[in-house]
Unconditional design. Structure first.
Length: 209
């Protein structure tokens, strides 16, 4: 049975999840509180190798179901190797993306059946859900513009999808938010980064002390 605490960060591409994750990690370290930060897809070597296949811009022939199953495989390996053992020890984990990404990207974005994605998520995670999900909401055009201007990140295969596709992904997140308001909390990611970080910390502190 899970003993630790799992917090996930979700949002459209360019919403600033990686920056918020780094800032949260620094905050907890400065306050002598141990947390583990990780990401999906990835986090462990096998899952990182799968990540490279998924995001490689050359893999334009990838079938939608293949994409979903690769994400699910990466998720399971990451959980089995890193997340579940840490939670069993009572540790706190903050993760860049988790189960909601598959629903938003492959369900709403690709048009795959959400019920089947939920089943696969449940199978891969043994029913694990985050204790809290911070959803960083941002207009998709703003997010894609941020990626285009970034010197630290090249556009990957998913970044290069159509604007309409990214809009569907955002709508997927908003649908999940409406369905699970106790787990998901919306953060306005259009604000300056320091305000986004402050709002995220405030939610975590209010929820868990």
């Amino acid at each position: 049975m899970k003993k630790g605490l799992l917090i996930s960060l979700e949002g459209p591409d360019g919403s600033g999840k990686s920056s918020v994750l780094e800032a949260l990690s620094n905050f907890f370290q400065e306050n002598k509180q141990e947390v583990i930060t990780t990401r999906e897809p990835g986090g462990v070597p096998i899952a990182e190798a799968i990540r490279q296949i998924i995001l490689d811009p050359k893999n334009t022939a990838m079938d939608e179901k293949t994409e979903l199953l690769l994400y699910i495989a990466s998720r399971r390996q990451h959980l089995a190797e890193r997340v579940l053992p840490a939670l069993d020890k009572g540790e706190t984990i903050i993760m860049d993306r988790f189960i909601d990404s598959s629903v938003a990207y492959q369900g709403f974005g690709r048009g795959l059946t959400v019920e089947e994605i939920n089943w696969l998520n449940h199978y891969a995670t043994d029913g694990l859900k985050p204790d809290l999900t911070l959803y960083l909401d941002l207009d998709v055009e703003v997010g894609l513009a941020r990626i285009a201007k970034s010197q630290h990140r090249e556009a990957d295969r998913l970044d290069r999808e159509s604007l309409d596709w990214h809009e569907r992904v955002r709508q997927g997140y908003l649908t999940i938010l409406a369905a699970e308001p106790d787990r998901l909390v919306k953060i306005d990611a259009s604000q300056p980064l320091d305000k986004v970080i402050a709002d995220s910390l405030a939610v975590i502190q209010e929820r868990f002390g």
